[in-house]
Ligand binder design. Structure first.
Ligand code: SAM
Length: 212
């Protein structure tokens, strides 16, 4: 039987209600470090991490309506008050609505890899979006990425100018990727896609950098 998904207006942020750069204090009703997850899928990372860090504020961005609705329903049912989710395109949203130096951490777990060469330009992690990620991060803020896709991971390292051990991008320092709150043994982030890919015995690549 199809699951009945509830709407939870306190969780769902509507793009049409936004006007210019977001005031996170107003959105969350309180101050606190802001985490943004790009491509939340069914919201598993948000559920676990926001539950583990009740003093921090979490905003999820998801484009696909069915995943967005599923994630809103889960967050609402769990009664988490420190999570908001918006259904929109993350690239445009970042450029138009996220203020400079306002984000503690961006989480990008298993971004769509767009494997065909002619579709590579659709990949989220690209120089133009990196500029906005850096602009929005606070000094000391982090960008955490996980993917199963070897070719996309190579592109990500190129965009971030990450070498064997060093990050050549002047505003970034490579740091250890610490597993997230929902990760179980042998997992990095414990999301639905990581679990699916681990079952298929695919490699998982992770990368974490800090804005200096
Ligand atoms: C492969 S899934 C990963 C979902 C989740 N992070 C996980 O690990 O289970 C990628 C998700 O990113 C979403 N997505 C892709 N491009 C997006 C964009 N430009 N803005 C917002 N969400 C996007 C997709 O709809 C999809 O739900």
């Amino acid at each position: 039987m199809a699951r009945i998904l509830k709407e939870y207006p306190s969780v769902a942020l509507k793009p049409e209600n936004l006007d210019g750069k977001i005031d996170f204090f107003r959105i969350f009703g309180r101050a606190g470090p802001v985490h943004i997850e790009i491509g939340t899928g069914k919201g598993t990372f948000l559920l676990n991490q926001a539950g583990a860090q009740p003093g921090d504020n979490f905003l999820g961005i998801e484009w696909a309506r069915k995943y967005y609705r599923y994630a809103v329903d889960r967050i609402g049912r769990w009664g988490l008050t420190n999570v908001r989710i918006i259904r929109t395109d993350a690239a445009t949203f970042l450029a138009d609505f996220i203020p400079d130096n306002s984000v503690e951490c961006f989480h990008i777990y298993f971004p769509d890899p767009w494997p065909k060469k002619r579709h590579h330009k659709r990949r989220f992690i690209c120089p133009a979006n990196l500029e906005h990620l850096l602009r929005c991060l606070k000094t000391g803020g982090q960008l955490k990425i996980a993917t199963d896709h070897t070719d996309y991971f190579e592109q990500i390292k190129q965009v971030l100018k990450v070498g064997a051990a060093q990050c050549a991008c002047p505003r970034l320092e490579q740091i250890d990727f610490l597993p997230t709150a929902g990760a179980e043994a042998s997992e990095w982030v414990g999301t639905n896609f990581e679990r699916k890919y681990l079952k298929d015995q695919r490699p998982i690549y992770t990368l974490a950098v800090k804005k200096t």
